[in-house]
Design a protein around this ligand. Sequence first.
Ligand code: GLY
Ligand code: MN
Ligand code: MN
Length: 487
Amino acid sequence: MNFRKLLFPIFSLFLLNVLAQNNYLPEDYLTKEFHKDRREKLRKILPKNSVAVFFANAVRNRANDVDFVYHQDPNFYYLTGYKEPHALLLVFKDVQTIGNKKYNELIFVQERNELAEIWTGKRLGIEGVQDELGFRIVYNGSEFLSYDIDFSKFDKILFKNFKNDVRDTTNEADLFSLIESFKSKVSFDLLTITNTTNDKIYNETKRRIDTKSLYSLMASLREIKTSDELVLLKKAIEISAVGQLEIMKAMHPNMSETEVQGVHEFVYKKYGAEYEGYPSIVGAGNNGCILHYVDNNKTITGDNNLILMDLGAEYHGYTADVTRTIPSNGKFTMEQKLIYDIVYEAQEASILKTKIGGNFIKNHQLTQKIINKGLSELGIINSEDSPHTYYPHGSSHHIGLDVHDLGTYETFKENMVITVEPGIYIPEGSPCDEKWWGIAVRIEDDILVTKKGPVNLSAIAPRTSEEIEDAMKLPSVLNDFNLPKLD
Ligand code: GLY
Ligand code: MN
Ligand code: MN
């Protein structure tokens, strides 16, 4: 009897069971090969004799000695997989030689520190970055200032211009120091201090330094998702869509905006998504008219209100962006449904056009046309051509490592993932019949562009007004537990 043959089906069943419970494997991060491949792709499109310089994101203080949870700069993460602050990456177009060392990339990272690691956990340090991220030549950040590199030999030095709030007073080899060292090495400050056209160094520096092109180079890479990225992005989106469905089931008029947000967080964390990809937006009634309303502090969503919920989980760095608008008591009023169905019609038409060769402008204009027609038929605006502010935003953007992900915003191409998110917002006091006041609707889905046409990755979340009302009749496990009453 071959025990291995017998055991394998049993083991597979066990594994399937575990997967079914957890839904997703915890270890499906991007690989070091992915990041290396991205650096190779960037190197290919860099201009001749150039170097691209990337800085890690700054640590941001929340209050006193507490910082915000650290989040890596998406370009830095895309190219390295490194999740710690105080780091610098240089990607060279051509092979560089120092002594007998040859290299085409360098990374300076946060140093190991026994004491700090007791508080905030293990740092990768030089060895970790070599072993786990696959970089060959790695230095500590403190070595950058004295590192012998002559930037004047490059025709182009590409980097993103700096913000001014990167000082970390607790760390000598912090991002601020790396930036200051870099600026002095490339004479960057000359550009802001002097403007004498005959100054030779000034002109040389101006010719070499390029703080604009890196955006479009990175955008051209990041706007097309690789299969590895799509796995993560799809998970983030599905998790977020399930969260929306669970809110629909749990929703009742006594629920607060904060609690609605909490339901979504509970669901996405249960699936292993770490954060929200942007501050959650949960607006009841008139609050829904504030496009990026993040206070979410209305204690009771109330009867007969629409709740606009723009919520995106971030899974291993990739963020969803899904919006549903639902009636707090489970049934749309006539006015709410009329507005909702216009937005739905605009969204559906735009999703169908999210195909290879389509583009952002045409899609937006299509949503505008349908919304204008709908608003004028309801008498909210005088005619389809009347100017108004009831739809004040664009209809689509890329998503990925950023919620508003980098993109060239030209035509739609295979393996782009973009949102389609028209909306109508009628704040109290608007110049129309007051029966429309306080109605705000946005419907937002995440669409994958494929050779076979658009694929709605957030389709798990009910979307038509009828589907939403039906979903809101379903029982929710989340209402079954009774927490103790507090004074
Ligand atoms: N959640 C931000 C947006 O929809 O663009
Ligand atoms: Mn969006
Ligand atoms: Mn959104």
